[in-house]
Design a protein around this ligand. Structure first.
Ligand code: SF4
Length: 726
């Protein structure tokens, strides 16, 4: 490392640590040493400090040992140590811990880190939701942009390019009083987690929210224990694909934060003319890549961090990337909308039985296209996607159909919501001006289905109907098909098949986690059912979804089979020997970090509670969802706790070994209301009579286990008369 850079990083770290000491002194003066300090709704305390130092900071007093560590990491003399890369990297770590102290104190005494365009710390709900995208590869990594571009046009060009590579863009810091995020805001660019352009904060110390995201990934998905510094650093280097893009002049504090990021394996790429840090043997790039022209900087960042980017080339006049999936189009910005609340809309994918019935790549628009429709109008739409493939199966139709939502939303200026006969599409005026027309929907679907489903889709043609009379006549045929599919799926049981499917997608983050997906137990993220597993295997025979023969039953009650156990043993690095598909007490399935819900035994009640990730409050088991998730996730087996999908609780096999749905004693009110009809139907089927949801407590009647028990006694909950759970 150049002596100049190293000395700058060390001096910068000294400044940030001094600023943290001052901020802490102020906070203690205003609130007292015992004042509680936290980032909102997280089980990971202050995640960088918790992950790497193992200190669960709860009060201002808990910062004292952290500051002591910061001071110990700082060399006393920046110049004397300046040729020592390790000294600079250590100083960088001190600056990260200190930055986290400063940002946490802001939550307590201000200035508020959230407000205007600034989002501050992501809570655990957001972290899990977005973290899953890093797990499944739809987000290859994230960029931390520090500083600002020379002008807003350059900022927009860089941001759009990063979005088009599917990367998340975390923004913090400023150059000459201007920040990159402010430049985007001025140019009217939509920011937020949905568009992957995330403005954390204008201060440099807001970079800690990006590092905290990586730290939580290690704890939550990687099963790294808090305080295991070496494994935490290794996890970040190997599995978190992040880099720093430093724009504009790099002052000493920026050099310090960059050094901290480098210690985690995140290189810094800058437009500034600085001495580079040469690559270590075997590496293509060093930790500091400098003097990069701004029109090449995105490509250079990707190369330097070694990111694998898969981007579809689609011949449409607007950019295409998953980063646009969360884009919303306001009524005043739309050229036209289709379906939704004001018009009929449906989409229907169907299998053609002969190759001649489908002309690959053909798109027909039947009815007026965007040019002929009134500006801002609401119109009917019918999307009919006809697919032929030698390996295509009738059962894959819903899987193909479900992709339409994701595929269309990838186009900038196209918004799609809903499914089947309740779809809603908007096209922005900007996309229309760029040349986008309805026929491009066919172009997108043709390209994406061939790219991602090429193994089962040989030919695809798309018909788009906008003539209201035609749409209304065709929707009836589609509805018959939807009903037939539902019947087929409802008839499918674990006993009716001899093969289940695995999913090991989450092993990239949770190396000992395997989902076994059965007809009656979907993957715990809710994204994969048994048919999805089978289709995914047909599409990619060497991928993460493999057929798992059941073999002889070890226990029908628990849901254990010989060959399934063997598979689990082999695919968890021999760390787990058995798995029960139907029990949360004996050999329950591992949980990664993607589960939609967690079920937990409430011992006093002889029942369980279910909490989903959207419920941030305290639950009757004494833990919030985020704390529970931290204890259960990471590929562990935790008897008494299971992660699962929302719909799994409606399965006949839901904790069947313990008595099933009759055990459910508490759920958040919103989740209970959303699933009410289905829960009641399932409970009735299980012999629990009508309106079982009236017997399930929620936060409005019970917040502690004792209150849940009192409620159960009042309503005569069936779990009170069942055998003990363990
Ligand atoms: S099915 Fe299981 S392993 Fe696969 S992505 Fe979902 S949670 Fe992860």
């Amino acid at each position: 490392m150049s002596a100049v850079i190293a000395a700058a990083a060390i001096r910068g770290a000294q400044k940030i640590v001094a600023a943290a000491e001052e901020k802490l002194r102020d906070a203690v003066r205003l609130k007292g040493r015992d004042a509680a300090v936290e980032f909102p709704n997280t089980a990971y305390y202050l995640p960088v400090i918790f992950s790497l130092l193992g200190i669960p900071v709860k009060t201002l007093a808990d910062f004292e040992p952290v500051l002591a560590q910061c001071r110990a990491l700082l060399p006393p003399d920046a110049r004397a140590e300046s040729r020592d890369l390790a000294a600079a990297l250590n100083a960088g770590m001190a600056s990260l811990y200190a930055a986290e102290i400063i940002e946490a104190c802001k939550y307590l005494v201000g200035p508020p880190p959230v407000g205007g365009i600034w989002l501050g710390a992501a809570d655990d709900v957001l972290f899990r939701e977005r973290g899953v995208e890093f797990v499944d590869g739809s987000a290859p990594g994230f960029a931390v942009i520090v500083g600002a571009a020379p002008d807003k046009e350059t900022a927009v060009a860089i941001a759009r390019k990063l979005q088009s590579k599917n990367l998340y863009v975390f923004m913090c810091g400023q150059t000459g009083g201007v920040s990159f995020a402010e430049q985007l805001a001025e140019a009217g660019v939509q920011m937020g987690w949905e568009t992957r352009l995330v403005p954390f904060g204008k201060d440099l110390t807001a970079a800690i929210y990006a590092v905290g995201f990586a730290a939580r990934a290690a704890l939550s998905f990687g099963g790294v224990r808090e305080g295991d510094y070496a494994r935490g650093i290794e996890y970040n280097k190997l599995r978190v694909f992040a880099f720093v893009m430093a724009l504009g002049a790099i002052d000493e504090p920026k050099a310090a934060v960059a050094a901290g990021a480098m210690n985690l394996g995140f290189p810094t790429i800058t437009d500034q003319n600085l001495p580079e840090i040469p690559p270590t043997p075997g590496a293509a790039y060093g930790l500091l890549v400098a003097n990069v022209p701004l029109d090449k900087i995105v490509e250079k960042c990707i190369e330097a961090r070694g990111l694998k980017i898969r981007v579809a080339e689609i011949a449409i006049p607007v950019p295409y990337s998953p980063a646009f999936e969360g884009e919303r189009i306001r009524r005043e910005d739309m050229r036209a909308e289709f379906g939704g609340a004001k018009a009929t809309g449906f989409e229907y994918a169907l299998m053609a039985s002969s190759p001649d019935a489908v002309e690959d790549g053909k798109t027909e628009v039947v009815g007026p296209d965007l040019d002929a429709l009134a500006d801002g109008s609401s119109n009917a739409i019918g999307l009919r996607v006809e697919v032929y493939g030698r390996k295509m199966q009738k059962d894959f139709e819903p899987i193909i159909e479900r992709q339409i939502h994701r595929f269309l939303n990838g186009a900038q200026g196209v918004f799609h919501m809903g499914q089947r006969d309740s779809v809603w599409v908007r096209i922005s005026r900007e996309a229309f001006k760029a040349g986008l027309r309805l026929a491009h929907i066919g172009t997108i679907l043709h390209a994406k289905f061939h790219e991602e489903y090429g193994n089962v889709v040989d030919k695809i043609q798309v018909k788009i109907f906008t003539d209201a009379a035609k749409v209304n006549s065709l929707i009836a045929e589609a509805r018959v098909a939807y009903a037939e599919r539902d019947r087929r799926l409802a008839d499918m049981t674990d006993a009716s098949v001899d093969t289940f499917y695995s999913c090991t997608l989450c092993q990239s983050f949770s190396p000992t986690h395997v989902c076994i997906i059965t007809p009656e137990r979907p993957g715990l993220c809710g994204a994969y059912n048994w048919l999805d597993g089978r289709a995914a295997y047909e599409i990619n025979p060497t991928g993460p979804n493999q057929p798992v023969k059941k073999g002889d039953a070890v226990s029908g009650k628990l849901g254990q089979w010989q060959l399934v156990n063997r598979f689990i043993h082999e695919h968890t690095g021999k760390s787990i020997e058995r798995m029960s598909a139907y029990s949360m007490i004996i050999d329950p399935m591992t949980s990664c970090g993607c589960f939609e819900c967690i079920s937990t035994v409430l011992p006093q009640t002889n029942g369980i509670m279910i909490v989903d990730r959207d419920y941030p409050e305290m639950t009757p088991c004494g833990m919030k969802f985020s704390t529970l998730a931290g204890s259960v996730g990471g590929g562990k087996v935790t008897p008494g706790f299971i992660g699962h999908s929302r719909l799994y609780m409606l399965s006949r096999k839901f904790i069947a070994a313990e008595g099933g749905i009759a055990r459910v004693a508490w759920m958040p009110k919103r989740l209970k209301e959303e699933l009410k009809d289905m829960i009641n139907a399932r409970a009735k089927d299980a012999g629990l009579g009508d309106n079982f949801t009236d017997k399930i407590a929620d936060e409005t009647v019970a917040q502690t286990e004792e209150e849940v028990l009192a409620f159960m006694e009042k309503v005569g909950h069936p779990a009170l008369k069942m055998d003990p759970m363990f």
